[in-house]
Design a protein around this ligand. Structure first.
Ligand code: BG6
Length: 485
């Protein structure tokens, strides 16, 4: 395999490119991971010269890199950069791009635009003969808004790019602790005998954010929390927790196991919407010590039925997980930024410690803000008396240094995109979502969102800075459980 010669970003002046993609490529280059001679071409509508574009990217990279910025590394990186402008719906755009790419062999196209442009871009690439092997394509979420629309986009892409050349990105799969979850499960014999309905009582997955919609109202209002976060990030996390051990780490092995989980998700019936799903929308309140407007006030007060919070109780119908609730919740304007997975083990079958309360073991895998893995176990308090005094102790299973990278000097946390961009450059699709996975995830989500639309189930209000509407607590309490905060 030859190394790719060009990496082209459509939507190069957009928010994702600015905050994540260019800084990630810069860091990869600074740490010596980019192939020699790889050119990075930004493509967008604005008319910009190569130099103007470089100056813009420099501002973005400086802002993100802070103390990690190096003039020397920047000088080398900026040599790679150039810009090609044009409207994605016009054939000329692609011919100009092709001329710009003259002399480069393998190309990787990154679609970081509005999903409405995916089809025209893929067609434009094909018409300019840019879609043949070995060229590859990386596609950002959301791919569609439903199974049908996802299928339609996938079909257009598949007419021009074979599945092994399509990289559907989910940045959660690039996070260090998510990777570590695989190591924890399949690099240790300890957990596997317990990793099932006999030992695990329930699982909680929370992705709480303090931010609101951050200037993305028009996108977000169309999608809402369920399509924006659950269909992709949360179901991917669920898959990694619930999947069977894959034969190896090759793309088809891992993705084959994940899709089995998605297909085993029990569909939520209309009669279960009230008991298994909760929608919420934030109203004015206080987060991060500041009074913030309610969701609808962010865009001039126009009423909206979009949920900014969702909590779901999911079941996986297979031998390993039958009857084990998987609680998922995510929301904007929560009291804190916290993303974590909690594996709650069952109580001991019989306590020999009299009145001493016992807490069941709990494995917490924290993705944000810190990355850590901790196991709660019961421990004896060191006393002389013959009565046992027990207390829960949290065993830290993570090494502080494990989550930072010292390459390039000062230690820093890697951006999740760095790993994923590098994997795509190296042509390894294990950490990317296969077509059938994306479509199976939509199928499960469709039933829920269609059910809400059909039954008129509106989001319940919750004040910004709270953990969502009361219904979210009732969701777990119904089964005798409660959320860990
Ligand atoms: C994105 C969503 O995919 O993930 C955003 O579109 C969300 O709405 C973001 O804020 C969260 O990502 P992270 O890595 O900050 O948890």
């Amino acid at each position: 395999m030859t190394a790719p010669g060009a990496f082209i970003i459509f939507g190069a002046t957009g928010d994702l490119a600015r905050r994540m993609l260019f800084p990630s490529l810069y860091f990869l280059d600074q740490d010596g991971h980019l192939p020699v001679g790889l050119r990075i071409v930004g493509a967008a509508r604005h008319a910009l010269s190569d130099n103007d574009f470089r100056a813009q990217v420099e501002d973005w990279v400086r802002e993100r890199a802070g103390e990690h910025f190096s003039n020397e590394a920047w000088a080398a990186f900026s040599e790679r950069l150039s810009y090609s402008n044009g409207d994605a719906t016009e054939p000329d755009t692609f011919h100009r791009l092709k001329a710009k790419l003259e002399g480069t062999d393998e190309k990787i196209f990154y679609l970081s635009t509005s999903p409405a442009l995916y089809t025209p871009i893929v067609r434009g690439l094909a018409a300019a003969d840019l879609s043949d092997a070995p060229n590859r394509i990386i596609v950002e979420k959301p791919i569609g808004k439903s199974r049908a629309t996802c299928e339609a986009i996938n079909t257009v892409i598949a007419e021009r790019f074979t599945e092994d050349r399509i990289f559907r990105i989910d940045h959660y799969l690039g996070k260090e602790t998510v990777q570590n979850l695989i190591a924890l499960r399949f690099g240790n014999a300890l957990f596997e005998p317990l990793w099932n309905r006999h030992a695990i009582d329930h699982v909680q997955i929370t992705i709480a954010e303090t931010i609101g919609v951050e200037g993305r109202f028009s996108y977000y209002d169309e999608y809402g929390a369920t399509r924006d976060m659950v269909q992709n990030h949360m179901l991917q996390l669920l898959c990694l927790i619930a999947m069977e051990p894959p034969t190896n780490l090759r793309p088809e092995s891992v993705r084959g196991e994940k899709v089995k989980v998605l297909r085993s998700l029990r569909p939520v019936r209309t009669s279960q919407l009230q008991s298994q799903t909760v929608r919420g929308q934030y109203t004015r309140g206080v987060t991060d010590g500041k009074t913030v407007p309610g969701y609808v006030e962010e865009e001039g007060g126009k009423p909206s039925d979009t949920e900014t919070f969702v909590a779901l109780c999911a079941y996986i119908d297979n031998w390993r997980w039958a009857g084990v609730p998987f609680y998922l919740r995510t929301g904007k304007r929560m009291p804190e930024r916290a993303s974590e997975i909690v594996i709650q083990f069952r109580d001991v079958p019989h306590s020999i410690f009299g009145a001493n309360p016992l807490m069941a073991n709990r494995l917490t895998i924290r993705l944000q803000p810190e990355e850590e893995i901790a196991l709660l176990i019961m421990n004896k308090t060191p006393t002389l008396g013959h009565d046992y005094e027990l207390k829960p102790l949290s065993l830290d299973l993570s090494l502080d240094d494990a989550f930072t990278d010292t390459a390039g000097g000062i230690p820093r946390r890697r951006i999740a995109y760095e790993r994923l961009l590098l994997e795509a450059i190296n042509n390894n699709s294990t950490l990317f979502v296969r077509r059938d996975e994306a479509e199976a995830a939509w199928l499960w989500i469709d039933r829920i969102v269609d059910g809400w639309a059909r039954t008129g189930m509106k989001p319940a209000p919750y004040p910004a800075g709270s953990w969502g509407p009361a219904g979210a607590f009732a969701l777990t309490e119904r089964n005798g459980h409660s959320w860990y905060e």
